[in-house]
Structure formats: structure tokens, C-alpha cells
Design a protein around this ligand. Structure first.
Ligand SMILES: Cc1cc2nc3c(=O)[nH]c(=O)nc-3n(C[C@H](O)[C@H](O)[C@H](O)COP(=O)(O)OP(=O)(O)OC[C@H]3O[C@@H](n4cnc5c(N)ncnc54)[C@H](O)[C@@H]3O)c2cc1C
Length: 322
């Protein structure tokens, strides 16, 4: 939080075994540097505890307590701040700004966001063998609660699979995830596990009913998936093959999908429209004067705008006239 020239209450969640080095966050997979699913425990003093307790450091519902707090000082630790975390998290991480600035408060309260759910399937048949008759799709408006399907087979050659479990196509699905009217308090540490299980059950139910139209060659007469068409390293039986796939309940405030509900665009602030001259905002939730919706184009333009506000570059942003 930028306040009177310093950032207050920066929580330290874990410390490095080798304090004089920097944390190296990436792993190399087939010559590509990638973000791992979990922190690299080997580098952390608290690594064994984090791993054993299956702690998600990105979840505010996590029982993990900070191991220290640190105050970052302007001019010593930083010069300016670029805030690019989803607007869905700002009510939790910027309460002081909400108290200090009415436009900021209005933005946080009116630009809305929603949790989402996702599943990813690794399949034995290639796309053509599933019975899908058209080109590689990004298909939307299909059956809820996984109404969006993208063929992601292009990622296959970036993955490592044993010869006896080779997938030939990859399918990603996603959609909105309805949430309780009252989001549980962060002290409800089991909430993420419950939502994770809910998405798993959504996936099983959906796959048992809705693949017939898109993948007729690998579906039963009732429209449900033939489960043995999924690659599963554990060689599970029937529905248990879901355990070899990936699913996710994107419920964390910082991963919520940014919505563009009617009337809310007026409350968005521009990248340099905060009350602080050294605080720049960026992401698909700011007013980019181009396309105020949650998509990659908005994100890229917002990034250019933040860069231009800070450094003057790029002078001209494609699509945006101002
Ligand atoms: C399910 C789903 C499907 C989508 N499909 C499409 C699509 O088909 N086409 C399209 O154009 N767009 C799509 N989008 C939207 C697109 O993903 C977003 O518009 C875009 O990712 C927003 O980028 P961003 O940089 O604003 O935010 P993000 O991508 O959310 O980036 C914010 C980053 O901040 C990081 N972060 C959060 N907290 C902290 C912290 N405390 N410290 C450090 N880092 C932190 C996060 O890890 C994250 O990497 C989809 C979104 C979802 C959820």
C-alpha cells in the first residue's frame, strides 16, 4: 500500500534457505522455462512444512501465517508501484486507499468480478478421431457449467508423457462458477477444498452427459464420455480417470474474472488516475479508453498505457487514439 511515502504491512510468507540469493521461481520443461504448480520448496526454510500441509500461499483462506512483516520504503526499496492484481482483490489489499479516495472506493465497489471454473482433459484420440468435424475450435455458448471448449493440442509437444500413456489431443473447458451469496470468511480454511470438490463433481456430471454432440466417436449413446478415452497415469476405472486430469476452482480474489456489468465502466480509473503520483494501475479492469472488458487485448493496451505513463514509451498505442 502506498501511503505517506512508504508501503506498509508487506507480509513475508516464507524465507530463503540462502538469504543472499534471489528466489528462482521457474522450472525448465523441454527447454522452456515454466511456472511450477507449487513453490519450489527446496529453496525455502519453510518448504517442508508448506509441502506437508499442502499450503496454497495464494489463498487467503489458507491457515498459513506470515513468518514476518516488512515495511518497504519509497526511494530505498522502490520508486513507484505498478498494481496489476485483479480488481477482485483490491477491497482486501487496499482498504487504506478506499478510505482515502472516493474514486478508488467507487471503482473497487462497482467494477465487479466473478469466480470461474476450469477443467483440462488429456485424451487418447486426436481431434479428428473424437468425431469433431470442423477445424480446431474455441467454442463458446455450449452446455453449462463448462460452456467454453478450446482445443489446446498445440501444447502437447511442450509436455512430457511416458510412451505408454501418450495423449493425442488436449481439451480445456471453462465457465463462470456460481458463488454463495455470502462468501465464507477467510477463517473457513476448508472452503477452497469444498469448491475444488464441487468443480470436480461438476466436471464428472458434465462429462457424463454432454460430450456426445462434440465427440460422437468417443461418447456413449446417452451422450456421456467413454471414460477410457482419457489418459490417466494411474489407470483408474471409469469416472476415477478424472483424477488424472486437471480441474480448478478460481475463487481467490486475485484470480477472479473481471466483469463489465452495465454502468460500471464509469467507475474505472485510468492508469495514472489514482490519487498517488507514484501508483500506476494496469490490467483488464482499468479504464483503457479502448475496450473495457476482461480480455487479453484490454490487458495489453492497459500495459502499454502504464508503460507510457511511466516512461513515455510507446508514444502511440495501436487502436487507441488518445
Ligand atoms: C476462465 C477464463 C477464460 C478466459 N478466456 C479468455 C479468452 O478466451 N480470451 C481473452 O482474451 N481473455 C480471456 N480471459 C481473460 C483474460 O485471461 C484476462 O483478461 C487477462 O488475463 C487479465 O490480465 P491481467 O494482467 O489484468 O490479470 P491477471 O492475468 O489476473 O494477472 C495478474 C497477475 O497478478 C498476480 N498476482 C496476484 N496477486 C499477487 C501478489 N500479491 N503478488 C504478486 N503477484 C500477484 C497473479 O498471479 C497474476 O499473474 C479469460 C479469463 C478467465 C478467468
Amino acid at each position: 500500500m502506498v501511503e505517506n511515502g512508504h508501503i506498509s504491512t508487506a507480509y513475508v510468507q516464507a524465507t530463503l534457505k540462502a538469504p543472499d540469493t534471489e528466489y528462482q521461481p521457474l522450472i525448465n520443461v523441454l527447454d522452456l522455462d515454466c511456472w511450477p504448480k507449487d513453490p519450489l520448496y527446496d529453496q525455502l526454510v519453510q518448504g517442508p512444512d508448506l509441502e506437508e500441509q499442502n499450503i496454497n500461499l495464494e489463498s487467503p483462506w489458507s491457515p498459513w501465517q506470515p513468518v514476518a512483516t516488512r515495511t518497504l520504503k519509497q526511494g530505498i526499496d522502490f520508486d513507484l508501484v505498478v498494481l496489476g492484481i485483479s480488481v477482485g482483490a483490491l477491497k482486501y489489499i487496499t482498504p487504506e486507499l478506499m478510505d482515502a479516495s472516493q474514486p478508488w472506493k467507487d471503482m473497487v465497489e462497482n467494477v465487479q468480478s466473478s469466480p470461474t471454473q476450469a477443467m483440462q482433459l488429456w485424451m487418447k484420440p486426436n481431434l479428428e478421431q473424437t468425431g469433431w468435424k470442423m477445424a480446431s475450435p474455441v467454442l463458446d455458448g455450449y452446455e453449462d457449467p463448462f460452456n467454453t471448449w478450446a482445443d489446446m493440442t498445440q501444447t502437447l509437444d511442450k509436455e512430457t508423457w511416458p510412451q505408454n500413456h501418450l495423449p493425442y489431443s488436449i481439451a480445456y473447458f471453462c465457465n463462470n462458477l456460481d458463488e454463495p451469496a455470502q462468501i465464507p470468511e477467510f477463517s473457513d480454511h476448508e472452503y477452497p477444498a469444498r469448491e475444488h470438490e464441487r468443480v470436480k463433481q461438476n466436471a464428472i456430471k458434465w462429462l457424463n452427459k454432454n460430450t456426445g454432440y462434440i465427440w460422437p466417436n468417443i461418447s456413449n449413446d446417452d451422450g456421456g464420455l467413454q471414460w477410457d478415452q482419457l489418459v490417466d497415469l494411474q489407470d483408474g476405472e471409469g469416472e476415477a480417470r478424472i483424477n488424472g486430469q486437471y480441474w480448478h476452482a478460481a475463487i481467490n480474489p486475485s484470480e477472479r474474472y473481471v466483469l463489465s456489468v452495465a454502468g460500471s465502466a464509469d467507475y474505472r480509473l485510468k492508469t495514472n488516475g489514482t490519487a498517488y503520483s507514484n501508483l500506476f494501475i494496469t490490467g483488464d479492469w482499468i479504464d483503457n479508453e479502448f475496450l473495457n472488458i476482461g480480455c487479453v487485448e484490454s490487458t495489453v493496451v492497459a500495459g502499454f498505457q502504464a508503460s507510457r505513463a511511466i516512461s513515455g514509451y510507446p508514444e502511440r498505442i495501436f487502436y487507441v487514439t488518445k
